[in-house]
Design a protein around this ligand. Structure first.
Ligand code: HPA
Length: 269
């Protein structure tokens, strides 16, 4: 596994002169943040050696190198989900490559169902912590030399970055909420009973991504900041039928605000 990671990183280094220390993973319906990036180089996943190819609707599948907030960044436009059939090593492969390329800070975004009764559709939730409900662990198997065998997870989401995000949101008058993200395997959305269970267990929002990438990023020593866009509600009495199209539409509507927070955080460094 180490060899493909290094080969992919070497290929990327040969093909771009952008050397970012910040990376962004764009979730469902959030690809338009890519439009805010001053793109210098972009590579369809299919052109990158060893890279999995994204299959889900709403993800165009490009690796972008460019500038955002005056800083060099790389962005994954379209991530790899467990439900697509990838194993966790494949899901987290891009994060391993990012580490090899010198990434120190990872910004992640996703669409999620809100279970906190105070949440509304279209809320931006700063992720304060997560619960790993995925069926396979991304660090299962021989330990990678990037981190310890038993990694600490007491601060998966960087407190300083969270404080900075709160400050920026306040300054710009952007409403944000905060909470715990539950990562499940999907591809089904939750039954009302499942939403209730995840709520009882301590979750504020639930989605099908992010947790594996964050675990690997932490194992690589990266600082992590994450945002969920609340695209539907798993709150008793407010549960209605959910479709991928609606999730994308709700995410689309809020992405300029998320982009503003990301851009300003990156600008301030
Ligand atoms: N559940 C799981 N994943 C999701 C949801 C949800 O309600 N909304 C968007 N992604």
């Amino acid at each position: 596994m180490l060899q493909p990671i290094q080969e992919t990183a070497a290929w990327i280094k040969q093909h771009t002169n952008v050397h970012p220390t910040t990376a962004i993973v764009l979730g469902t319906g959030l690809g338009r943040l890519a439009a805010e990036i001053e793109v210098i180089d972009s590579f369809p996943y299919a052109d990158i050696p060893h890279f999995p190819v994204s299959t889900v609707e709403g993800h165009s599948g490009r690796l972008i190198f460019g500038r955002l907030g005056g800083k060099e960044v790389m962005a994954l436009e379209g991530r790899f989900h467990f439900y697509e059939g990838y194993n966790m090593k494949e899901v987290t492969f891009p994060v391993r490559v990012m580490h090899e390329l010198g990434i120190q800070t990872l910004f992640v975004s996703n669409a999620a169902g809100g279970m906190n009764p105070d949440f509304e559709i279209g809320d931006l939730m700063l992720i304060t912590d997560h619960i790993n409900f995925m069926p396979e662990h991304p660090l299962h198997g021989p330990n990678f030399p990037t981190g310890p065998r038993f990694p600490d997870m007491s601060e998966a989401y960087d407190r300083k970055l969270l404080a900075q995000a709160r400050e920026i949101a306040k300054e710009k008058g952007i409403k944000v909420v905060e909470g715990v993200y539950v990562g499940t395997q999907g591809p089904t959305y939750e039954t009302p009973a499942e939403y209730k269970m995840y709520r009882i267990l301590g979750g504020d929002a639930v989605g099908m991504s992010t947790v594996p990438e964050v675990i690997v990023a932490r194992h690589c020593g990266m600082r992590v900041f994450g945002v969920s866009i609340i695209t539907d509600l798993g709150v008793e009495g407010k549960i209605v039928e959910v479709s991928h199209e609606e999730v994308q539409r709700a995410a689309n509507a809020v992405q300029p605000l998320m982009a503003e927070i990301f851009r300003e955080m990156i600008r301030r460094g």
